[in-house]
Design a protein around this ligand. Structure first.
Ligand SMILES: Cc1ncc(COP(=O)(O)O)c(C=O)c1O
Length: 384
């Protein structure tokens, strides 16, 4: 059994994907080919925002937002303590003080009440200027944007939605990657909407930021005349080299219909079956609040403290079941933040989650028999 079965997906979509790759090779426009533009238009329309700017990966996407906002020394950026490293790494690399905020134990996402408290702590210390919130759609579930948006408006903070894991999710009918002033995603292969290498995108309704980001992506090129072939060599700001390859754009376009019309529905069915089979057991199951829709990057359970997680993981592995730990360490305890303001964060929920979470196989092509085997083995272990 695969944790995320990319091979099965390829076998099913092979004809379209192979054709897309061949088309790009045929055109030989490997950078900035027509498929990059087509993908950006397709994804902007799907998400419901004005601009989609593709880039090299989800980490660069966050960095591009930070740079467009001129986040730097003296600024405080609020980030959930329970997330992948990039969410905090990017603002820290720009020189900002990263303030880690605890998460909600039911949704794994940033806790709005604790966010409010953290902002007030920073304001009363007077040491840093609160500038932005990075809210992560962890494991596919959108963060609590209705509440987070109110807080950002109250304190005049910029909101970045880190939708690296959340593409395809929604709240009511509003899609993930449309909630931030700028939103970002990753097309890393194992993500809900993944390519065959690294890839990422930035989404925004703001023309000025979109323009700056398009410039920063290509070494700070002049974007005043998009049709000028020489603009690339007229560098008006310092930037980076962060573009999505045309091959990856072609692959994503070839996968898009299946993602939208089948895979999102399929992963939600997998989650429902897990919920049904594991209901009433000793495991705490992931919760999706009313009106929220998850794209299920992960299906993550919480174990009682009495269970030895490592032993359970080995037991499952011996039955051919891969289970992973996301995340083993709170962000504020990562060595990279030693001696900085980030290290001082207090996030007891995150600390507990890091000791008790276990992610089970999750992908659109997991069948009922496989799900049942996972649940049976979990129950066999807990009955021991
Ligand atoms: C929450 C989150 N943010 C950002 C990223 C970074 O994406 P990438 O690996 O494409 O740089 C990831 C990737 O795992 C992620 O999970």
């Amino acid at each position: 059994m695969q944790f995320r079965d990319l091979k099965k997906q390829y076998e099913l979509l092979k004809d379209d994907i192979d054709k897309a790759i061949a088309d790009v090779c045929e055109s030989s426009q490997f950078i900035n080919g027509a498929k990059v533009k087509e993908l950006e238009k397709t994804l902007a329309d799907y998400v419901g925002v004005k601009h989609c700017i593709t880039c090299a990966n989800g980490t660069d996407a966050i960095t591009l937002a930070m740079k467009a906002w001129n986040i730097g020394a003296g600024d405080a950026v609020f980030v959930p303590d329970f997330t992948f490293f990039s969410s905090g790494e990017c603002p820290a690399c720009e020189g900002a003080a990263v303030i880690y905020v605890d998460v909600d134990e039911n949704t794994f996402n940033i806790d709005p009440q604790k966010l409010d408290e953290a902002i007030n702590r920073v304001l009363s210390s007077g040491k840093y200027r609160p500038r932005a919130v990075v809210a992560v759609d962890l494991f596919g579930l959108p963060a609590d944007f209705p509440k987070i948006r109110k807080i950002c408006d109250e304190y005049n903070l910029l909101l970045l939605e880190d939708g690296a894991q959340g593409f395809g999710g929604s709240i009511n009918d509003k899609k993930a990657c449309s909630f931030g002033d700028i939103s970002t995603t990753s097309f890393f292969p194992a993500k809900p909407f993944g390519c065959y290498g690294d890839g990422g995108a930035v989404f925004t309704d703001n023309d000025e930021w979109a323009n700056i980001i398009r410039s920063i992506c290509v070494h700070g090129k002049d974007t005043s005349n998009p049709d000028d072939p020489n603009a690339k060599y007229n560098n008006i700001r310092l930037g980076m080299n962060s573009r999505l390859d045309t091959l990856q754009a072609g692959i994503l376009l070839a996968k898009f219909d299946a993602f939208k019309n089948k895979e999102l529905d399929a992963v939600n069915k997998v989650a429902s079956r897990y919920n049904e089979k594991l209901k009433g057991t000793i495991f705490k199951l992931p919760e999706v609040p009313d009106e929220f829709y998850s794209s299920w990057a992960q299906y993550t359970i919480q174990l009682p403290e009495s269970i030895n997680r490592k032993e359970l993981q080995t037991f499952l592995k011996s039955s051919g079941i891969p289970a992973m730990i996301y995340y083993i360490k709170p962000m504020h305890l990562q060595g990279a933040f030693k001696g900085t303001v980030s290290e001082k964060s207090e996030c007891p929920v995150t600390v507990r989650l890091c000791n008790t979470v276990l992610s089970l196989p999750m992908h659109p092509y997991l069948n009922d028999d496989e799900i049942d085997i996972v649940c049976t083995e979990l129950n066999n272990y807990s009955a021991k």
